[in-house]
Ligand binder design. Sequence first.
Ligand SMILES: *Cc1c(COP(=O)(O)O)cnc(C)c1O
Length: 401
Amino acid sequence: MTAKDSQLPNQRGYFGPFGGKFVPETLMPALRELEQAYLMAQADPEFQREFQRLCRDYIGRPTPLYPAQRLSAKGGGAAILLKREDLAHTGAHKINNALGQGLLAKRMGKTRIIAETGAGQHGVAAATACAMLNLDCIVYMGDEDIQRQSLNVFRMKLLGAEVRPVHSGSRTLKDAINEAIRDWVTNVRDTYYLLGSVVGPHPYPTMIRNFQSIIGRETREQIMEGYHRLPDYLVACVGGGSNAIGLFHPFFADKNVKFIGVEAAGRGLDTMEHAASLAAGRTGVLHGTRSYLLQDKSGQILETHSLAPGLDYPGVGPEHSYYKETGRASYVAVTDSQALEGFQLLCTTEGIVPALESAHAVYYAVKLAAGLSRDQLIVVNLSGRGDKDLDIVAGVLGIEL
Ligand SMILES: *Cc1c(COP(=O)(O)O)cnc(C)c1O
């Protein structure tokens, strides 16, 4: 691992063998236009100031770094600090990215925004940013997901977005992404595709990482101020991988800071009903990028399962695949029932209702803390709040609302 590694990806968008641009020829000019516009925006102090101003005044940043003393006592070893992305506007980290890309779209003169969504969280973040920035917003969503997530569909409509049902394939997230890409190919001139995680073709994984890196930069400042040292471990859940890479990346060159990504083991890694692309997948190409994927022997993408809607994706960002191959991060998997345990533990010890996604990281951090000494520090990215998941939790607990 050299200092140069933190400059990745290379010019063609590769993190080692992962990443790249695997798209139809018709999209190549659009990706080049996007990359150019992003590089200009990134280098423009005015754009950065505007992003930072809205992060503060609209999202409510910086989010706190909270020492969870009662939760730490359950582990009985290291201190656990929670990075409170659950307190960001709309209740999760996704708004950081939606707002950053919304500003970029506006700068590029695009007036029509398309987005994909699975459980609806990214759709809500995109619809929120578009309402505030006065942009048209169309959200593609599998109709299976539309049935399951009617509240988020209603929320997107209230925010002025159009929700377009997708009837193909398994009628879930991966089909919604395919449909959004199809729309983009057709309407590339006036349309901006606002992708929701660090996946897809270059430059999305890098651009989205950079917008989400505000999480890690704040964490670094806050822990230096409060503890005068860097953390020993960073722990975050991994769906597509955006909240995790946002926390990890600003610490890339700090070799003593260990990164742990927590994937969804669903009903168990031996059941096929999980979403652990890094822990149990193989390399392949999906949605424009080369990365670890859940696929069968002939390369067909497998159905995934997780109690946490935001972790239910068969791929993962290419930079995580690179971190796995090089050993910069390790990846573990936590089951539905363990995540539920983490969820309940955080509710009762700290009075914080976490998103089920974040609960995966909470569970793992408590186990990790138990084996460490009291002077060690673990930062957990609390990627979102759990209000959106209350009906799922009630369902598994057998409680009728
Ligand atoms: C969407 C979501 C995730 C998973 O997405 P990443 O890109 O892996 O961060 C995690 N937590 C919450 C609260 C989410 O809404």
